[in-house]
Write a protein that binds this ligand. Structure first.
Ligand SMILES: [Ca+2]
Length: 136
C-alpha cells in the first residue's frame, strides 16, 4: 500500500477520534450499553440472592427452633431425657404450615434425623396428631 495513503487515512482517523464530541459520544454509548445490561443483571441476581437467603434463613430458623423445643437442655446427648417444650412445637406447627418439606429437609441436614421421627419421640400420640393437623 502507498505509505502516503496510509498516512492520510491514519491522520483522518486520528482527527475523528481526537474530536472531543466523537469521544464523548462513544463514551456515552458504551456507558449506556454497559449500564443497561449490567444493572439489569445486577438487580436480578441481587433479588434472587435475597429471596434464597430469606427463604433459607426462615427454614433454618424453624429447624433450629424445633431442635430447641425438643432439646431444652441444649445438649444433644440429653435430647431423649430432657423433656419437650410442647407449646413451642405447637406454635412452630403454625409457622411451618405449607413449608414442612423444606423445614424437614433442613432439620435432617443439620441434625441427622428426621423431624417427624424426633417429634414422635417428644410428643404423645395426640400431641403429634395435633401437630400434624396444624402443619398439613
Ligand atoms: Ca427432649
Amino acid at each position: 500500500m502507498n505509505p502516503l495513503i496510509v498516512r492520510k487515512v491514519a491522520s483522518g482517523a486520528k482527527k475523528v477520534f481526537t474530536n472531543k464530541y466523537v469521544i464523548i459520544a462513544i463514551i456515552v454509548i458504551i456507558s449506556l450499553w454497559i449500564l443497561k445490561g449490567g444493572i439489569t443483571k445486577l438487580i436480578r441476581s441481587y433479588k434472587e440472592k435475597q429471596f434464597d437467603k430469606n427463604e433459607a434463613k426462615d427454614y433454618n430458623q424453624l429447624a433450629q427452633q424445633y431442635r430447641a423445643a425438643a432439646n431444652p437442655s441444649g445438649s444433644d446427648w440429653m435430647i431423649d431425657w430432657d423433656g419437650t417444650d410442647e407449646e413451642a412445637i405447637e406454635r412452630l406447627g403454625y409457622q411451618t404450615k405449607g413449608h414442612l418439606a423444606s423445614v424437614a429437609a433442613v432439620y435432617k441436614q443439620k441434625f441427622h434425623e428426621t423431624l417427624t421421627d424426633r417429634l414422635r419421640k417428644e410428643l404423645d400420640t395426640d400431641e403429634f396428631q395435633n401437630w400434624r393437623n396444624i402443619v398439613d
